[in-house]
Design a protein around this ligand. Structure first.
Ligand SMILES: Nc1nc2c(ncn2[C@@H]2O[C@H](COP(=O)(O)OP(=O)(O)OP(=O)(O)O)[C@@H](O)[C@H]2O)c(=O)[nH]1
Ligand SMILES: [Mg+2]
Length: 371
């Protein structure tokens, strides 16, 4: 497999998501977090790490980064499936964007581009991204009228879509966050020979359904990483993943403080994450399991906080406005408080880290240097 960044020659099963058993030639430079978890759990040949968290928080992206750090190749099927998902992600996001525009206020050329984008079809296996849409997508994305509804051009749509608090913003950041990434790469993506790169795979959003088990095999130990779907309807399946958990990575989207859940428009993402975290900290299932809480999507949070005040969604927030540090401290404190009220001790029973799961360098750093 010639995909840049992936080591060829590893054995990966052909179905995804599914159980993947892979031979690793060399012991990877593994993570201190993981090693710490070994130390907490007592060494066992198979350590089971469970990735938990709410929908879209970044669990599967974490898993991809773990696979990368273990030099696990992604199968042809995974890459092809991701390629189709990238197209779906791009077209869905742009359709969502078009829906937020007033067609009558658009110049003719832009209205035509919007209409074409709205009609974008699904693509089948090995079917190239239809060239006819590239120009229309780029035209749409670059138009001043569209940029006016996308704050700072980085993929955030606030102005038109924003509902007044306490109603939550629609999940516009989730819907549109990767569009600027994809369209910056449009000629590459629309090429008939296009094969997704590692970065493309890290950016694509694929809602996990069911439970995915991945074995990371080192010299002398196996690590089973279990990824689950985070939406409310998926959570009832979590019980099936709890058999022999030795540690849990709980992923929270920091940028979810002003967004509702995809599956429940009346529930704020961050509040929902707090409810779930509280339940996990109190659960008898996890009394022996160290927990690593990852406040993820820090990159999104840092941009988002410039446009959207935390206090509008969390009225007791009294930190400095538009300051990411103050916001991170506030949420870290809220989660720490929940953990400690449940009788757990910070830096002993649970750990809190700030992460950007799409950033491979930062994730490598996180995985190798986390205390
Ligand atoms: N910018 C940015 N995007 C992220 C980050 N982490 C994840 N994402 C993106 O967020 C989207 C959702 O990530 P996933 O890893 O699929 O989320 P999940 O928690 O597995 O979601 P479910 O499977 O539905 O529970 C993807 O498009 C990722 O690329 C991050 O730290 N920064
Ligand atoms: Mg997932």
């Amino acid at each position: 497999m010639g995909t840049p960044g992936f080591k060829s020659g590893s054995r990966v099963c052909a179905v995804w998501p599914s159980f993947c058993a892979i031979d690793i030639p060399d012991r990877p430079k593994t993570t201190k977090v993981i090693l710490r978890l070994h130390a907490h759990a007592g060494y066992s040949r198979t350590t089971q790490i469970l990735l938990l968290g709410t929908c879209w928080s970044g669990k599967s992206t974490f898993l991809k980064q773990m696979r990368l750090s273990y030099n696990l190749a992604f199968s042809k099927l995974e890459i092809e499936s991701s390629r189709q998902c990238i197209w779906a992600d791009l077209t869905d996001s742009l359709k969502f964007l078009v829906d937020s525009l007033d067609p009558l206020a658009l110049p003719d050329a832009l209205r035509r581009a919007a209409a074409l984008v709205s009609s974008a079809p699904d693509i089948g296996q090995h079917e190239a991204f239809p060239q006819a849409f590239m120009f229309a997508m780029q035209t749409l994305w670059r138009a001043a009228e569209v940029q006016a509804v996308i704050k700072d051009g980085s993929g955030f749509i606030y102005e038109r879509c924003a509902m007044q608090p306490p109603a939550y913003l629609p999940v516009v950041t989730q819907q549109s966050i990767s569009v600027s990434y994809y369209l910056a790469e449009a000629p590459r993506l629309f090429s008939p020979a296009y094969v997704p790169t590692v970065q493309d795979l890290l950016h694509v959003r694929v809602r996990s359904i069911g439970i995915t088990e991945t074995v990371l095999r080192g010299n002398g130990y196996d690590m089973l990483v279990v990824d689950v779907g985070g939406s409310k309807s998926e959570r009832r399946k979590w019980l099936h993943a709890l058999k022999e958990v030795t540690s849990i990575i709980f992923v929270v989207s920091l940028s979810g403080y002003n967004e509702h859940l995809i599956e429940d428009k009346d529930d704020n993402q961050m509040r929902d994450a707090m409810v779930v975290w509280n339940a996990i900290c109190r659960s008898r299932w996890f009394t022996q399991s160290p927990l690593v809480l990852c406040l993820n999507k820090n990159d999104v949070f840092e941009r988002q906080i410039l446009h959207s005040d935390i206090v509008e969604f969390f009225p007791d927030f009294d930190g400095e406005r538009k300051k990411a540090d103050a916001g991170r401290d506030y949420f870290r404190e809220r989660f720490r408080d929940l953990g400690e009220r449940a009788g757990r001790t910070l830096n002993k029973d649970f750990f809190i880290r700030v992460t950007t799961a799409t950033d491979s360098e930062a994730m490598k750093e996180f995985m190798t240097n986390s205390e």
